[in-house]
Design a protein around this ligand. Structure first.
Ligand code: GAR
Length: 199
């Protein structure tokens, strides 16, 4: 099988990157891990597995477009088929997204379209929902609005704090995110408008 070249974008600890590495997806080659934060622990995880890393610190760029132009430039070296946003905390504009149309997937810690944006677990607790979860979706030029690939439900218990709820959410993320990467890399996802079907 021809492996797909995958770029994983990170900003933080990288537990989801680790879950993709540990899944040993036969159809995926993690070609590069790119961070907008030089101090992100995810970079260390990549280096521990001899995966090339790139750092593009957004603070060094005057505009989102200049930052994204540099991302595109860096990726040119890796012949990338898929970009995986694994806790990448920058919003990407349509300029970047259209360069990789239908080839960027994102992980979101809620059942979209509920609780987009930041602090989704806290939003879920504050709202009083009984269930929240995890969404893996294609990225379009909105915020957390693209076609949904997989979702998983997490119950919210009365005694949950943001921290305990996030722990449950992370466990589900680590289970379903590598699965979504595998489905993409095996060419098993097709997009029809807002709907994604799995072959
Ligand atoms: C994950 O929980 C992911 O859902 C969230 O960042 C965390 C990264 O954790 N992403 C977002 O909130 C995107 N809006 P990690 O660095 O340990 O993988």
């Amino acid at each position: 099988m021809n492996k797909k070249n995958v770029a994983v974008f990170v900003s933080g600890s990288g537990t989801n990157l680790q879950s993709i590495i540990d899944a040993n997806i036969e159809s995926a080659n993690i070609a590069v891990v790119l961070s907008n934060k030089p101090e992100a622990y995810a970079l260390e995880r990549a280096l521990n597995h001899a995966i090339p890393v790139e750092v593009v610190d957004h603070k060094e760029y005057e505009s989102r477009e200049a930052f994204e132009a540099e991302l595109i430039e860096r990726l040119k070296n890796y012949n990338i088929d898929l970009i995986v946003l694994a806790g990448f905390m920058r919003i990407l504009t349509s300029y970047f997204v259209n360069n990789y149309k239908h080839r960027i997937i994102n992980l979101h810690p809620a059942l979209l379209p509920s609780f987009p944006g930041m602090h989704s677990a806290k939003q879920a607790i504050d709202y009083g929902v009984k269930f929240t979860g995890v969404t893996i979706h294609f990225v379009d030029d909105g915020v957390d609005t693209g076609p949904i690939i997989i979702q998983s439900v997490v119950p919210v218990d009365d005694e949950d704090t943001e921290e305990t709820l996030l722990n449950k959410i992370h466990a589900e993320e680590h289970r379903i995110f590598p699965e979504a990467v595998r489905l993409f890399c095996e060419d098993r996802l097709s997009i029809n408008g807002r709907c994604v079907s799995i072959k």
